[in-house]
Ligand binder design. Structure first.
Ligand code: DAT
Ligand code: MG
Length: 156
């Protein structure tokens, strides 16, 4: 069992629509721990690094325009299988395909305005967390509820 950290972005549509609290709450209430969080403006340069695998694709220009259009909230989330667990909570890429109960299914109706980003593998998570957070911005701390959120078996 991988105990890991992942990068979540609440995209500009989520911030503009006043959904930051609801979306953060979706991750928080699973028991996973927020170890980093900030409001920030994505630059074109950061977008190119973050979305390096999509550079050159037809939707890339529109994606960058959207992501740099207004502030976003970056989160570092920690827990057992955090990468996969967060992707499960987010739902399918396009809100139009995401099922009810997921963030994209419950809060969105668009394809591209899909509210959240979540790293798709442990390797991407490591790389993306490094793009958005300095090491000292990721905070190691204990919560009383940790003992009721996961046990040694989950920590692997
Ligand atoms: P995800 O965000 O689910 O990891 P992705 O990494 O494949 O999806 O794509 C990154 C973002 O780019 C996605 O959130 C929305 C946009 N996108 C992806 N494929 C697209 C397409 N075919 N047309 C328009 N936008 C697209
Ligand atoms: Mg992706």
């Amino acid at each position: 069992m991988a105990f890991e950290r992942t990068l979540i972005l609440i995209k500009p549509d989520g911030v503009q629509r006043g959904l930051v609290g609801d979306i953060v709450g979706r991750f928080e209430r699973t028991g996973m721990k927020i170890v980093g969080m900030k409001l920030m403006q994505m630059t074109e340069q950061l977008a190119a690094q973050h979305y390096k695998d999509h550079v050159g694709k037809g939707f890339y220009a529109g994606l960058v325009k959207f992501m740099t259009s207004s502030p976003l909230v970056a989160l570092a989330v920690e827990g057992p299988k955090a990468v996969e667990n967060c992707r499960k909570l987010m739902g399918k890429t396009f809100c139009t395909d995401a099922v009810a109960g997921t963030i994209r299914g419950d809060f969105g109706v668009s394809r591209g305005l899909n509210l959240v980003h979540g790293s798709d593998s442990a390797e991407s998570a490591k790389r993306e967390l490094g793009l958005f957070f300095k090491p000292e911005e990721l905070i190691e701390y204990s919560r009383a509820i940790d003992a009721w959120s996961w046990n040694d078996e989950d920590k692997g």
